[in-house]
Design a binder for this molecule. Structure first.
Ligand code: HEM
Length: 506
């Protein structure tokens, strides 16, 4: 895709900046594969909860009528209260997912991403990830398979979800390479274990329960498995035993013989699982990393100076010594350049990919350049070790028609504030507005537009820009700035917290 594209830019970052510099918010919940929100030695892991939650959310899908699917309906208390969703793993997961949710990333995309991150970062294969899932507004019809149901009901449940019997065997094995069954929600399957390293009494599906591997199959085939849904004391709830054995063990044998086949099969089925969405939802293409990606591009008007901060991410390198320059074009035929400096490394997909970050510097001051407002800036490109990176000649477009002015201030600290927006003279800005980022009662991020009235008398901030101002009385939410220019809506990627503004009286 072509940068900038606010939704794709953000999905791409969330998906590919997983560790290190600019790591996505969700990664804070996955410092290691055995980490668990409620503490160590519980026998549980966030990674396992995330994968199970994604499956249970999807498992309501009805491929005949197109209802249900991965739409984060599992976040509703009514779904979590169902017997088919026993345990607190769903609530945990949706709390973690919440940190990644934004105007561009739904709860459902966040949940899909959580599952992808858990699998990829804990030994599993790379999963093609798409965005664009839409959050359900109400619980879906029940339909998650339960261990005490018979094989025919499981085959029927997976068929309703869109999976064949072989795919059912495979997907269950792919999921049950993580985690296990806890005593508390399933006392009829697992006894109290009295193990200080497993305080929530989890009987694990395989011996490597925080990592993806084919041990779930090798241990099953070799007869050494301790899987509580295969060799549990209660045969009625031995659903993995019935499912795995339902084709005479052909599928499980193939997985036991080939870790590679297991991984590639799981990559395919996990991708289908997270892409199973209610009909009418249109997912994006598979998100692929931009080779050169501007990041944190922020314009701010500071009196007579247009301040520009920017970073760039160079994909697939750990080179901290590249020669990187940012080049830019302005409105009056001029150009500029700045030598960027290395600012950090990141990685994703379990360390499979790395990226190096470089940022603009002004003298010794990191992170912003001082530009002439009259010249402004129209586009950037980058010179990386002598190679021009300009999106095949398009450049990386920058919208300098509007930006925050540093004259913005707090009228009454922590109560009210004034936003001053610098609008470029001569630009066809039919509307300028604030975008208040809030959360509705259904935990969806919504953007409330607050129009900024055009000034009755132009208020010049400098020779090229005028101020449009509006007061806000809700200081506890972030704001972006939006404008409609030549009929196209633009938003700042920067979010502003008014309690950080200086006082208007000083
Ligand atoms: C007939 C189908 C299935 C049944 C009856 C079933 C049953 C169960 C049960 C009873 C648990 C224990 C939950 C707990 O104690 O917290 C569990 C855990 C889990 N299931 Fe399944 N499952 C099925 C299919 C799947 C599928 C298709 C996936 C994913 C692709 C999956 C992923 C998981 C994971 C990751 C856990 C571990 C959760 C944790 O340790 O916190 N399951 N499953």
């Amino acid at each position: 895709y072509i940068w900038p594209s606010p939704q794709l830019d953000e999905l791409e970052s969330a998906r590919f900046d997983q560790k290190g510099s600019n790591a996505n918010a969700l990664s804070g919940f996955l410092p290691s594969c055995d980490s668990f929100v409620f503490g160590a030695n519980t026998g549980r892991s966030n990674a396992a909860d995330w994968i199970r939650t994604a499956y249970h959310d999807m498992a309501t899908h009805n491929s005949t009528d197109g209802t249900g699917g991965l739409d984060a309906s599992i976040r509703f208390a009514e779904e979590q209260a169902r017997a088919e969703n026993a345990g607190d793993g769903f609530a945990n997961t949706m709390t973690a997912v919440g940190v990644q949710v934004s105007r561009y990333i739904s709860n459902a995309d966040g949940l899909a991403l959580a599952a992808v991150m858990a699998i990829e970062n804990c030994g599993g294969p790379e999963i093609p990830f798409r965005g664009g899932r839409i959050d359900a507004t109400e619980p879906n019809a029940p339909g998650v398979p339960e261990p005490e149901q018979d094989l025919d009901s499981h085959i029927a449940a997976f068929a309703r979800q869109g999976f064949t019997q072989t795919e059912m065997i495979s997907l269950v094995a792919c999921g049950h390479t993580f985690g296990g069954v806890q005593h508390d929600p399933f006392p009829d399957i697992v006894n109290v274990l009295n193990d200080t390293t497993d305080t929530e009494d989890v009987a694990h599906f395989d011996s490597t329960f925080v990592t993806f591997d084919n041990n779930v199959a090798t241990e099953y085939i070799s007869g050494t498995t301790q899987n509580p849904l295969v060799v549990g004391f209660n045969d009625t709830t031995n659903s993995d035993k019935r499912i795995f054995g339902s084709d005479g063990n052909i599928t499980m044998l193939s997985f036991s013989n080939s870790p590679a086949l297991f991984a590639s099969t799981c990559a395919d089925l996990f991708a289908r699982m997270i892409d199973t969405v209610p009909s009418g939802v249109v997912l994006t293409d598979v998100i692929t990393p931009l080779p050169v990606k501007p990041s944190d591009v922020v314009l701010t008007m500071n009196g007579d100076v247009l301040e520009l901060s920017a970073s760039v991410r160079l994909w697939n390198t750990t080179d901290t010594t590249s020669s990187v320059s940012m080049l830019w074009k302005d409105h009056i035929g001029g150009t500029g350049n700045n030598t960027m400096r290395f600012s950090g490394l990141s990685s994703s997909t379990g360390g499979k990919y790395s990226a190096a970050w470089y940022s603009v510097f002004s003298g010794t001051i990191a992170n912003f350049l001082s530009l002439d407002p009259t010249a402004g800036i129209t586009s950037m490109s980058f010179l990386v070790d002598g190679q021009l990176e300009d999106q095949n000649g398009l450049g990386f477009a920058i919208q300098d028609g509007f930006m925050l002015s540093k004259t913005s201030c707090q009228i009454e600290p922590f109560v009210s504030a004034r936003f001053d927006v610098a609008v470029r003279n001569g630009v066809n800005a039919t509307r300028v507005y604030l975008e208040q980022i809030t959360t509705d009662t259904l935990q969806r991020v919504v953007v409330v537009e607050i129009d900024i009235p055009p000034p009755s008398q132009p208020v010049a901030i400098n020779s090229a820009y005028s101020l449009w101002s509006v007061n806000v009385t809700n200081p506890n939410v972030p704001y972006a700035i939006g404008a409609e220019i030549d009929g196209i809506k633009y938003s700042t990627t920067a979010l502003y917290i008014v309690t950080g503004f200086p006082s208007c009286s000083t």
